[in-house]
Design a protein around this ligand. Sequence first.
Ligand code: MLT
Length: 263
Amino acid sequence: MPRIRISNIELYVEIRGAGPPLLLVHGFPLDHSMWAGQLDTLSSDFQIIAPDLRGFGRSDATGGTVFMEQFADDLAELLQVMGIDRPIAFCGLSMGGYIAWQFWRRHGERLQSLILCDTRAVADPKDVARGRGIAATQVEVDGPANLSATMIPKLFADRTRQQHPELVEQIKRVMISSAPEGVAAALRGMAARPDMAGELPQINVPTLVICGQQDVISPSQEMRDIAGSMPNAVFVEIANAGHMAPLEQPGAVNSAIREFLQT
Ligand code: MLT
C-alpha cells in the first residue's frame, strides 16, 4: 500500500475497491486499522480511502500543534494528489469528526455527504483543554502508555469487552505504538478546536450521524441533538456499541452507511 507525498510529509493510505469515493478518517490516537470492519466489506461498493493522519500509524509526524484545520487540509491535498475530483463521502470518527467539520468549512465543494461517528460539535471546556496540554507534555516525556490506560476503559461497550477482548487489545496495541510527537501535537490541536455547535444549522450537506448506544465520550443524546440541529441529517443509534461503534458493530454500522449512501 502506498505512502503518498503531500507538501512536506508522506501519508500512508489504504485504498480498496472502486466506485464512489468514501474517505474513512480515524479517531485519536489511532490509525486506519480501526476501520477493519469496513475496509473489505464496503470496498465492494465504494472506493475506500483510509489514511493514517499526520503523526499516526505509518504516516510522518510533525511536532508542536497540529490543528484540525491542518488535518483537513492534508486530506484535501491527499485527494487532489490521488486525482479524486468527484465529491466524496467523508466518514470520520470522534477526532475524525472534528476534522470533518473543518473539512466542511474549508473544502465544502469536495463533499457529497458526511458520516459523523461518535463525535462532538462543541469545543473543549477550558479545564479539559488545559488537561490536554498537560497530557501532551507527559506523552512527549513518557510515551503514550499512560494515555492509553486512561482512554481504553472509556472506548468500548460492556458486551465488546466481554465478548471481543481481542478488539480491545488491537486498539491498545495501536495506541501504545503511536509516535509521541504525533499524539502530543493532535492533543494540542483538539484542545484548540473551534466550537461548531452554532454552525450546525448551516451544514446542509446530507449527513448520517452514528452513535454507539453506550458511548460515554460522545453520548448518544448529544449526537441525536447534533443531527436535530442540522437541516439534512439522520441519526442512527447502534446497540451494544460504545465509542468505537464501527469496530464493535461493523454489521449494523455498514448497513447504516450503505442505506444512507445508496438511497
Ligand atoms: C477520539 O476517539 O478521537 C477521542 O476520544 C477524541 C477526543 O479525545 O476528544
